[in-house]
Design a protein. Structure first.
Lengths: 241, 211
């Protein structure tokens, strides 16, 4: 276990990680990148690589743990520089909050129409629900001033992207009644079912406390990069010849 | 008098009403439906795809453009029939089992239709057996599998295996979706991969060995 390490995390985990890191003196730094970058995997990869370089410029940092999963494959190709990297074996934040990919997969298998909410996602208010339309209208009002017909079309098109979902599932790791109620309200607004899932802080706890066992975490040595096989398992790939 | 360029711009900007007025004008002026598709409408959707890739537009803008494209195709189809133009290939498409995200799949279906394919859309969350049955029924030249989630990517592998095990060795399988890569296509034995909807037509033609 390194005596000094940093954590680079998606902002979606801010609430959970700030609570956990407060009690962990060996965690040298906790840095967040904006959430939602998984929609643009190339950009996510660039941002991560850039942040890693900045973090490891501090010579006292010996390792960097990433609070990320594959995240739309945005993490694939990320290369370790001076510091070794540690990454959860997970698809995304939801796998991490649920404690592992198996549980995540089982819930989706039971109902592929499940849309997951967590305090981080709720905080941005971009999740499907009553505030998303307002956010979109403001966003597009700047881009298409005086074209209300276009803005209506865009809002309608956005709603189409969630047309096959039918359940808002709130994943609770922290006690946040406001976020929990917000999710319930979104479900009501959308006419979806609602369910609450107990989150499992085990993954994040292990990440923060440097308990990086091989079964749950991938270790990437300097110069190696993150890759995934056909089964979805992450592995460290050496230099290509 | 409208031009092909006007049609292209109307689709890029998602202006359905403009598309509805421009197409009849252009057909009336002697433009062929195939030219309108190949030289204005498909390039328009490719341009939108490019803007999306460069983060200049978001998903809703792409969908609004796709709607404009579809409106246009409704007007083009009767002209194609009148000109005696028949689909060159049959294609089957669907999102794989467990995946409900159909934006990419719908865009590819629209692009393929525009390129003169007959497209059988099986919808979302399609089990491998349903793909196999549809192949038996429709005898397509190409099958498109779509997945957005890394959680559902393994369903692509299962589906490719099911199609091959059922004895369909010659049907071309093309895969796509945000997390999909060429190396994944190679790994699971798919015949090709399209990086995005804009390149799905070229990818399909390349896979079929058609110009």
């Amino acid at each position: 276990m390194p005596s000094s390490y940093a954590i680079l995390a998606c902002d979606v985990f801010r609430e959970e990680l700030e609570e956990l890191c407060r009690r962990t003196p060996t965690c040298k730094a906790l840095r967040f990148l904006e959430m939602g970058l998984h929609d643009q995997p190339k950009l996510l990869r660039e941002r991560i690589q850039e942040a890693l370089s900045q973090i490891e410029a501090d010579p006292s940092v010996e390792a960097i743990a990433l609070a990320y999963g594959r995240c739309g494959n945005g993490l694939i190709g990320v290369t370790a520089g001076r510091c070794p990297l540690i990454l959860p074996q997970a698809h995304d934040c939801i796998s991490i909050l649920l404690g592992g990919t198996e549980r995540h997969a089982a819930i989706l298998k039971e109902n592929p129409g499940t849309y997951f909410y967590s305090p981080g996602w709720v905080r941005e208010k971009r999740v499907p629900g009553p505030d998303r339309e307002e956010w979109l209208r403001n966003l597009y009002a700047d881009r298409y001033p005086d074209d209300n017909e276009m803005i209506d079309d865009l809002v309608e098109a956005d709603a189409e992207t969630f047309a096959h979902h039918n359940c808002a599932a709130y994943v609770a790791v922290t006690d946040n009644p406001t976020a929990r109620d917000y999710c319930r309200n979104c479900a009501r607004h959308l006419g979806w079912n609602h369910r609450e899932l107990d989150g499992d802080p085990g993954f994040l706890n292990a990440l923060v406390h440097a308990q990086w066992d091989d079964s749950r975490f991938l270790h990437i040595s300097p110069g190696h990069r993150i890759a995934a096989n056909g089964e979805g398992r992450l592995y460290a790939q050496g230099h290509r010849p | 008098m409208s031009t092909r360029e006007d049609l292209k711009t109307a689709i890029i900007n998602g202006k359905r009403k403009d598309v509805k007025t421009i197409i009849p004008e252009l057909l009336e002026a002697g433009e062929t439906p195939v030219d309108l598709l190949e030289k204005a409408m498909i390039p328009a959707m490719s341009a939108v795809g490019e803007k999306f890739k460069n983060n200049e537009v978001f998903v809703p803008e792409m969908l609004v453009s796709a709607r404009a494209m579809k409106e246009g195709m409704k007007l083009i189809e009767p002209a194609l029939i009148e000109a005696g133009i028949k689909p060159k290939h049959t294609a089957i498409i669907g999102t794989v089992e467990g995946d409900l995200h159909d934006i990419g799949k719908n865009l590819v279906a629209t692009m393929w239709k525009g390129a003169g394919f007959e497209v059988i859309d099986l919808g979302v969350n399609v089990p491998p057996a349903q793909f196999v049955d549809a192949i038996k029924t429709h005898q397509p030249a190409i099958v498109g599998l779509s997945a957005l989630l890394t959680t559902t990517m393994p369903s692509m592998k299962t589906t490719v295996a099911a199609i091959r095990e059922a004895g369909f060795d010659t049907v071309k399988i093309l895969i796509g979706g945000a997390p999909i890569t060429q190396s994944y296509a190679d790994e699971i034995g798919a015949d090709g991969y399209a990086q995005d909807a804009g390149s799905a037509v070229d990818a399909a033609k390349a896979t079929l060995g058609a110009a």
